[in-house]
Write a protein that binds this ligand. Structure first.
Ligand SMILES: [Fe+2]
Ligand SMILES: [Fe+2]
Length: 133
C-alpha cells in the first residue's frame, strides 16, 4: 500500500478524484506484489484509465473557466501521461514489472504529492472562486 497523504485542495470533487486514484494505485501495487499476469494487466489498465480521467477532467475545467496558466498545468499532465502509458504498456516482462513497481511505490507518489501541492492547489483556488465544487 502506498502510505502517503495528499494535500487537500479547494475543490472537493478534485480531492475525491485524488483519493480514488490512490485506491487504484494501491490495487496496482497489490497486483504487482501478487505477481498474477492477468491481474497485473487489468490493474495497470485501470490505473492508466484513471490517470487519464483525472487529468482530462481538470483540463476540461481549466478550459471551461479560462484558467490562464492552463498550458503549464496541462504540460505537467502530458509528461506524466506519457510516463504512465510507457510503464503500463511494458509490464508484461519481469523488468517492466519491476520498473512499474518502483514507479508505483516511489516516483508516482512523489510526483503526485508535488503536483497536487502546486498546480492543483492553484488551479483549485481559481476554480473555487468561480463556484466549482
Ligand atoms: Fe489532480
Ligand atoms: Fe493536475
Amino acid at each position: 500500500m502506498p502510505h502517503f497523504e495528499l494535500p487537500q485542495v479547494a475543490v472537493p470533487s478534485m480531492n475525491a478524484v485524488h483519493a480514488e486514484e490512490l485506491e487504484v494505485l494501491a490495487a496496482l501495487e497489490k497486483a504487482l506484489e501478487d505477481g498474477e499476469n492477468d491481474a497485473i494487466a487489468e490493474a495497470a489498465r485501470a490505473f492508466l484509465d484513471h490517470v487519464e480521467e483525472h487529468f482530462s477532467r481538470e483540463e476540461r475545467l481549466m478550459e471551461q473557466y479560462g484558467f490562464p496558466p492552463y498550458p503549464i498545468h496541462r504540460h505537467e499532465h502530458e509528461l506524466m501521461r506519457a510516463r504512465v502509458k510507457d510503464l503500463c504498456e511494458n509490464c508484461a516482462s519481469d523488468d517492466g514489472r519491476q520498473a512499474l513497481l518502483r514507479f508505483v511505490r516511489e516516483e508516482f507518489p512523489a510526483w503526485l504529492t508535488q503536483h497536487v501541492s502546486t498546480m492543483d492547489t492553484v488551479t483549485a483556488q481559481f476554480l473555487a472562486m468561480q463556484g466549482v465544487e
